[in-house]
Design a protein. Structure first.
Length: 455
């Protein structure tokens, strides 16, 4: 019988406290958009994180007022003299709940069901903040934290408004570290330890089409008067080919992924694709979600079905997201998408494009010594499993900012957002077993990394 590592035993004993704390943090409706939820909800979540760091002995704890009007939480925990510095990242802001009536349990009330903990932000990424706390507590109870630790909890990651990026650029010394652990990705699936090697970047645009001075009666004018909603639908359709591949004029969409593959049947199950409905695009699933651009219409302003009148719409608006793979420049992709939207608007419709957010793609150096330390740690936290390396279709714009500011720092991406977590969707959840094992892995990584710097 294999002996349980003391760190693992300690983390296991701390899990009830972790659940209580995650429930407290999930309860804050910290969507960083005052049009949807009060700013005070984000402020309260930020203060909770700051108090948690103070309770763990962090000094210099501060709420950083970032240029986008949100707050990031910073703290510093000094380690032994000469020890390396590790930056631990998470974010406390969350996606909106997408209609609270659609959830099986209230989105801002952590609820245990079928062995998982449900709630908005449970995995993405309030659970990541709790993971950092668990790892540090376990180390403190087993001889102390062997490195100096900086923690940063961002307040607007989901909105992509770049507040922390701009703040870090203006204060480059603040987040300087030898290694950076981004706790905002996830394992390829539950029980398979994974680090994320690449992230797609993103650009977010709002496009408005205007065709008439005002709405018109569809019976009196329909058939000749240009309907803005119909024009918008036609314009958005131009962003995809018949097979569903993204088609933005001038934007390459033929990248390939050579690493860990994503079997189509597993992807269908993870994405909960309905029977008889096909996947979109060409190439392997990994090609499509990790190595190629992907456009998504994330919202449309138009009359709801209930209460709709027989009218031609004078104006219509949509929000369009474009994920940008490593090797492509997000700023250039923004220009190409903007030009495409202007060029393909039908009937001479007046087009206005507004940029909402943007972030560059990221590719990590997986040959660095920190990855060896993490692989050894994950081997202990996940007995019988070897660390895997995958891509991730989502975006963390801060990664490129940190890589540019600290080119010698090693950056690792781990986290709790495995497929069953359903982040950004209804009924988001976290696996408590993954929270426990990844907390063990992070604690052991810090130990391994400190030892590697001494040798």
């Amino acid at each position: 019988m294999t002996a349980v590592h003391p760190i693992a035993s300690t983390v296991a004993s701390l899990m009830p406290r972790a659940k209580t704390e995650l429930a407290e943090l999930v309860a804050f409706r910290s969507v960083a958009d005052p049009a949807q939820f009060p700013r005070s909800e984000c402020e309260a979540a930020a203060n909770w994180c700051a108090d948690a760091l103070r309770a763990e002995g962090f000094s210099d704890v501060a709420l950083l007022d970032t240029p986008d009007g949100t707050q990031s939480v910073y703290g510093f925990l000094p380690g032994p003299q000469g020890a390396p510095t590790v930056l631990l990242y998470a974010h406390y802001d969350v996606q909106p709940p997408l209609g609270e009536d659609k959830w099986t349990s209230p989105p801002f009330e952590l609820t245990e069901r079928d062995g998982r903990w449900y709630g908005r932000g449970a995995a993405d990424c309030k659970g990541g903040f709790i993971m950092h706390l668990l790892a540090l507590r376990a180390l403190r109870e087993n001889g102390g934290v062997p490195v100096s630790v900086k923690v940063i909890a961002e307040g607007s990651e989901e909105q992509g408004t770049g507040g922390l990026e701009r703040y870090a650029e203006a204060h480059p010394e603040l987040l300087a570290a030898d290694t950076i652990v981004i706790g905002d990705t996830g394992n390829f699936r539950v029980g398979l330890p994974t680090v994320t090697a690449t992230l797609r970047g993103m650009t977010m645009l709002r496009v408005t089409l205007d065709t008439l001075e005002g709405n018109l009666h569809s019976g009196q004018f329909g058939g000749a008067a240009p309907d803005a909603l119909a024009a918008l639908i036609q314009l958005l359709a131009s962003l995809r080919s018949e097979d569903g591949s993204t088609t933005v004029d001038g934007l390459a969409a033929d990248g390939t992924w050579d690493g860990l593959q994503y079997p189509e049947e597993e992807f269908r199950a993870d994405a909960k694709v309905l029977d008889g409905v096909g996947l979109i695009g060409t190439g392997t699933v990994a090609d499509r979600i990790w190595a190629r651009p992907a456009v998504t219409v994330v919202g449309i302003d138009c009359p709801p079905v209930v209460g709709a009148t027989p009218s031609l719409q004078a104006s219509a608006r949509a929000q369009v997201s474009l994920r940008v793979p490593p090797g492509q420049d997000a700023a250039e992709a923004t220009k190409l998408l903007t030009a495409h939207l202007h060029a393909h608007a039908p009937w001479g419709a007046k087009v206005t494009v507004e940029q909402v957010g943007q972030g560059q793609p990221f590719k990590a150096d997986t040959s660095s010594p920190a990855y060896t330390s993490m692989a050894d740690a994950m081997r202990v936290a996940y007995p019988g499993e070897e660390m895997q390396t995958s891509g991730m279709g989502g975006s963390i714009p801060l990664c490129n900012t940190l890589a540019a500011l600290y080119p010698r720092a090693e950056i690792l991406l781990i986290g709790l957002s495995e497929p069953e977590a359903q982040i950004h969707a209804v009924n988001e959840s976290v696996s408590p077993e993954e929270l426990e094992r990844l907390s063990v892995a992070e604690a052991l990584f810090l130990t391994n990394y400190a030892a590697s710097k001494k040798s």
